[in-house]
Ligand binder design. Structure first.
Ligand SMILES: O=C1O[C@H](COP(=O)(O)O)[C@@H](O)[C@H](O)[C@H]1O
Length: 267
């Protein structure tokens, strides 16, 4: 690892020279959280994003030793955001995860909670929130003690070059959503336009949140999200990821971290 540091508020930042090393540390982190959660609650509720994150996870997590040591039968899979397209569509976050991850490890098919892809974005968001509410009731997903929100054991996020996380885009009104757990957009600036997404209160209620970012095109957005910049800068959804009680870790490669002010972290 090229650098590891933390901020006073507990945020951790890890910077890697090589993607292989980043993926190994990420696999260690996920498998340790899975083990702790299964020990404490009997299950592991994890919410995935789409995009470049998925290949970074699977690169090592689907290999030995993790493929053999992780208790996959206790995993429950959710999506932090999803594009409202058919499950076999090239833009589907479910399809991406299924093709390179879920089909490679023995996760119980009924534990995989993807969205209803046969309805409108609005209805898909409503249905997905209903599914999550049922699983909160049966305690497959914990509940936050500071909000009434679900408390996922782990939420994995990527970040776009514009600082978007999940399908929460800069300057969009859904950044202000406080009541819904899952909401929708029909005007995403990044195609496809129709998406559903967890809201910030849900993301910030998780026990653990990791943001995984690679590539120089994301360096400015990473700087705006992580460094203590003044108020007169473009709004950053990624900066709004501030877990209430949970732990936040940023995993970056050197290119994505190239504009960070590492002198502001304690090592
Ligand atoms: O559209 C999306 O973009 C973000 C970032 O994707 P990346 O390929 O630039 O890492 C992703 O996290 C989100 O789930 C996805 O729907």
């Amino acid at each position: 690892m090229a650098f590891s540091g933390s901020k006073e508020d507990g945020r951790e930042v890890k910077i890697y020279e090589y993607l292989d090393e980043l993926s190994t540390d990420l696999a260690d982190y996920i498998s340790e959280l899975s083990e702790a959660s299964v020990k404490e609650r009997g299950v592991f509720a994890i919410a995935l994003s789409g995009g470049s994150l998925i290949s970074l996870i699977t690169r090592k997590l689907c290999e030995v030793p993790y493929s053999k040591t992780v208790d996959w039968s206790k995993w429950y899979i959710f999506w932090v955001d999803e594009r409202v397209v058919a499950k076999n569509h090239v833009d589907s976050n479910y399809k991406l995860a299924k093709d390179v991850f879920l089909s490679k490890v023995p996760i119980v098919p009924s534990h995989v909670h993807s969205i209803n892809d046969t309805v409108t974005a609005e209805k898909a968001a409503e249905d997905y929130e209903f599914v999550i509410r049922q699983l909160v009731r049966t305690r497959v997903i914990s509940v936050s003690d500071v909000s009434d929100c679900p408390k996922f054991d782990l939420i994995l996020l990527g970040m776009g070059p514009d600082g978007h996380i999940a399908s929460l885009f800069p300057d969009h009104s859904i950044l202000d959503e406080k009541d819904e757990w899952v909401t929708f957009v029909t005007d995403s600036p990044k195609p496809p336009p129709e998406r559903i997404t967890f809201t910030l209160p849900v993301i910030n209620s998780a026990s653990n949140v990791a943001v995984v970012v690679t590539g120089s095109s994301k360096a400015e957005a990473a700087h705006l999200a992580i460094d203590d910049v003044g108020p007169d800068v473009p709004s950053s959804p990624a900066k709004m990821v501030q877990p209430n009680k949970g732990k936040l870790v940023w995993y970056l490669d050197k290119a994505a971290a190239s504009k960070l002010d590492c002198t502001r972290f304690s090592e």
